[in-house]
Design a protein around this ligand. Structure first.
Ligand SMILES: CC(=O)N[C@H]1[C@@H](OP(=O)(O)OP(=O)(O)OC[C@H]2O[C@@H](n3ccc(=O)[nH]c3=O)[C@H](O)[C@@H]2O)O[C@H](CO)[C@@H](O)[C@@H]1O[C@H](C)C(=O)N[C@@H](C)C(=O)N[C@H](CCC(=O)O)C(=O)O
Ligand SMILES: Nc1ncnc2c1ncn2[C@@H]1O[C@H](COP(=O)(O)OP(=O)(O)OP(=O)(O)O)[C@@H](O)[C@H]1O
Ligand SMILES: N[C@H](CCC[C@H](N)C(=O)O)C(=O)O
Ligand SMILES: [Mg+2]
Length: 487
């Protein structure tokens, strides 16, 4: 593609000479380490380093042109833009030939439930014999092939290339998690969403967004980018959530509401939970059907409703949807039981916010007559304001809490524990810094009928300590500890 053609979405080529406009661009890169001859290099001001400092390195490696936010003394054409990340997103979608226009794209945003909802949706579209794509916290998936990802919502260049691969693999529907960071950074600009789903908004990432209002604003960008009714776009919104009600008013797309408490388009009634699963009456646009599925907890019903509404918006039939829900197996690290024949329950769950911890503890306490122990920590380099709140919820709702490390990252894990515990007045907790020891301790003390909830890391298979990822899997550690008991 010529430089002139590549820059078309930016409308800023006027400074280029006719010869420069004809330069052939073979690749677009934001990391100098990946630049090869003929690349366009985009300078991104990061949180750790400034990509502008690598422009010369990129040229030494063959970069044919540079996009930057400030003037640089370079020997190749330099295109100045106000916001390189936003410019990159448009260039990326153009370079990869607008792949999201060639498939159905469903974006799921909200504080909690994105991974769970996208997995339920993926199952529904697969059951409808569609070729599917999935992008989210755990991996990117194209058909049955999975690929590792660094972010829940990747940078635009990675994202658009992934969509191009999906198009090449004949994907009909792609479902993706859209994080608030991604929306704030414009990573999904250039994505042509057909359906946008909102799960909920509760405190998290306030280190980054500062206020709930700014956090809401970031989430709302998915809905303002959705377009208008005449383009056949649909916003699927949890109407029981106050922010959902605001979003329903803000978007110009068609709206399908879902919920449990308020009147809405897609609603669950008569919900019954057992340790084996959940059943409910599903009412969708006046039609009713009975559903029973293997996921546990009221929050899982919300995720199911979000998926039902998005499925209906995509043209799936209610009966098909009901059958798919019944086929959904557990989602890795989301209320995942560890079963080795022991007389007590061990549940591994990814609750790492106050709201999710509260919900999952509500579920656990509803389903047991035994004692509940929660093992939980908070991540380093993440919103510190959630630490005391999560600890308070743990001691209030569980019989006993063992506070431990999550991913300390660059922080001192002792200080994270101090943030969690220093305001607590109850004495039904202890702190054990080493996560393995904390899990072992909980398991050794359990009695028949008790439940141990190991929260915060879910599917994660590492513990990030001072930037080094050590292998760590709550499920493996718990299993080993149970096997070490004389049952
Ligand atoms: C805060 C944040 O969003 N950071 C993202 C950012 O990293 P950064 O700002 O530190 O980048 P940097 O290392 O300073 O590099 C700046 C630029 O210089 C370039 N560079 C760097 C070195 C070099 O030798 N040459 C070079 O060209 C880099 O390629 C980059 O373009 O750009 C990286 C590359 O795309 C991202 O992977 C990284 O996400 C990190 C891993 C992260 O933790 N992000 C979190 C906060 C995040 O985005 N989370 C949300 C989910 C949240 C949720 O819902 O729970 C997500 O979507 O993942
Ligand atoms: N709809 C929901 N409402 C509240 N809590 C939920 C909901 N769905 C799941 N949870 C809780 O949140 C945890 C994380 O769920 P999930 O991974 O689906 O969320 P996510 O939005 O993808 O999170 P992340 O932002 O980390 O990617 C679950 O383990 C569960 O404890
Ligand atoms: N997407 C979330 C995951 C948090 C998981 C928890 N284990 C932690 O490390 O804090 C985040 O990056 O904030
Ligand atoms: Mg997720």
């Amino acid at each position: 593609m010529t430089l002139n053609e590549l820059l078309r979405p930016l409308r800023t080529t006027s400074e280029l000479t006719p010869e420069q406009k004809q330069i052939q661009i073979k690749q677009v890169e934001m990391d100098s380490r990946n630049v090869s001859p003929g690349s366009l290099f985009i300078c991104i001001k990061g949180y750790t380093v400034d990509g502008h400092d690598f422009a010369q390195k990129a040229i030494d490696q063959g970069a044919a042109a540079i996009i930057a936010e400030r003037s640089l003394d370079v020997s190749v054409p330099l295109i100045l833009v106000d916001d390189a990340k936003r410019a990159m997103a448009r260039i990326a979608s153009h370079f990869y030939d607008e792949p999201t226009k060639k498939l159905r794209l469903v974006g799921v945003t909200g504080t909690n439930g994105k991974t769970s909802t996208t997995h339920i949706l993926d199952q529904m579209f697969r059951d409808a014999k569609q070729q599917t794509g999935l992008i989210g916290t755990m991996y990117t998936k194209i058909g049955d092939a999975t690929f590792d990802t660094a972010n829940t919502t990747p940078e635009s260049l990675v994202l658009q290339k992934t969509f191009q691969n999906m198009v090449q693999e004949h994907v009909d529907t792609a479902v993706m998690e859209v994080s608030s960071h991604a929306l704030h950074h414009g990573r999904v600009r250039g994505c042509d969403f057909d359906i946008a789903v909102f799960t909920n908004l509760t405190p998290d990432h306030l280190d980054y967004h500062e206020t709930m209002e700014k956090y809401f604003f970031a989430k709302s960008l998915l809905f303002s980018q959705l377009g208008n009714t005449y383009e056949g776009k649909t916003a699927v919104i949890n109407i029981d959530d106050l922010s959902g009600a605001r979003l329903a008013q803000l978007t110009t797309a068609d709206v399908i509401t879902y919920g449990i408490r308020k009147a809405c388009d897609v609603r669950a009634k008569e919900i019954k939970s057992t340790p084996e699963g959940t059943s409910f009456t599903l009412e969708a646009f006046g039609e009713e059907t009975e559903v029973s599925f293997k996921l546990i907890g009221l929050f899982s019903v919300y995720n199911a409703l979000a998926a039902v509404a998005a499925g209906l918006a995509s043209g799936l039939k209610l009966d098909q949807i009901k059958q798919s829900l019944e086929r959904v197996k557990g989602i890795a690290g989301r209320f995942e039981p560890v079963q080795c024949g022991q007389s007590f329950s061990v549940i591994v769950d990814y609750a790492h916010t106050a709201d999710s911890l509260k919900n999952v503890l509500d579920t656990v306490t509803d389903l047991t007559n035994g004692q509940v122990t929660v093992v939980v920590g908070c991540g380093g380099d993440r919103d510190a304001s959630k630490r005391p709140v999560m600890a308070e919820i743990a001691v209030k709702q569980a019989d006993r809490a063992i506070f431990t490390s999550d991913n300390p990252r660059s922080e001192d894990p002792e200080l994270i524990l101090k943030d969690m515990t220093e305001g607590l007045v109850s004495d039904n907790f202890e702190t054990i810094l080493d996560r393995k020891q904390a899990i072992v301790r909980a398991i050794e003390q359990a009695e028949a009928g008790d439940v141990i909830l190991i929260a915060g890391k879910g599917h994660e298979t590492y513990q990030d300590i001072a930037g080094v990822k050590h292998h760590f899997d709550d499920r493996e550690v718990a299993e080993e500890a149970i096997r070490g008991l004389s049952l």
